[in-house]
Design a protein. Structure first.
Length: 163
């Protein structure tokens, strides 16, 4: 299926749905007051079942591709999306946990959140200086992220890299 769009199966795919998922939970809860902090049980369901199932689904659609997932850089609270720093922290903690679901252990984790935090700390500057807006890291962290992904792709097999 993917080969019909791209002409071949992709070499690598990076999966993330966390911010979309939290907004969905917030909408399903009837748009409660913000910042919305998802119930612990909902985050656990996402971590233990929903997100691993998504990664497995991506792998099933592209069986010859390598699949990775990424953490999410911290965001600034912005009303109207159901987001909160607590949700990002809880989801990233789960993805980083050595005891994470075994279904996720078979995939590579790209710790984008840690890379952005390291950049903020190394520049000794406010987080807003490296972000484009409340949700999206700016050009420098984005380039560093793409570099990290390309390093991962290159490590898969230098002879099989197809970009």
């Amino acid at each position: 299926m993917l080969s019909s769009f791209f002409g071949q199966q992709p070499t690598a795919i990076v999966v993330d749905s966390s911010l979309w998922d939290v907004t969905s939970w917030w909408l399903q809860a009837g748009k409660p007051a913000e910042p919305f902090v998802a119930p612990h049980a909902r985050v656990a369901q996402w971590c233990q079942n929903d997100f691993p199932a998504l990664a497995d689904s991506v792998q099933a659609v592209a069986p010859t591709s390598k699949v990775a997932f990424r953490t999410v850089p911290q965001l600034k609270f912005a009303p109207g999306h159901g987001q909160s720093e607590q949700n990002v922290e809880a989801m990233n903690a789960c993805l980083r946990d050595e005891k994470k679901p075994s279904d996720l252990k078979k995939y590579t984790m790209i710790d984008y959140a840690a890379d952005v935090q390291t950049l903020v700390e190394s520049l000794n500057t406010a987080r807003s200086a490296v972000y484009e807006d409340d949700f999206h890291p700016g050009m420098v962290p984005s380039v560093l992220y793409i570099d990290r992904v390309l390093q991962w792709v290159n490590s898969i097999s230098a002879s099989k890299v197809k970009l």
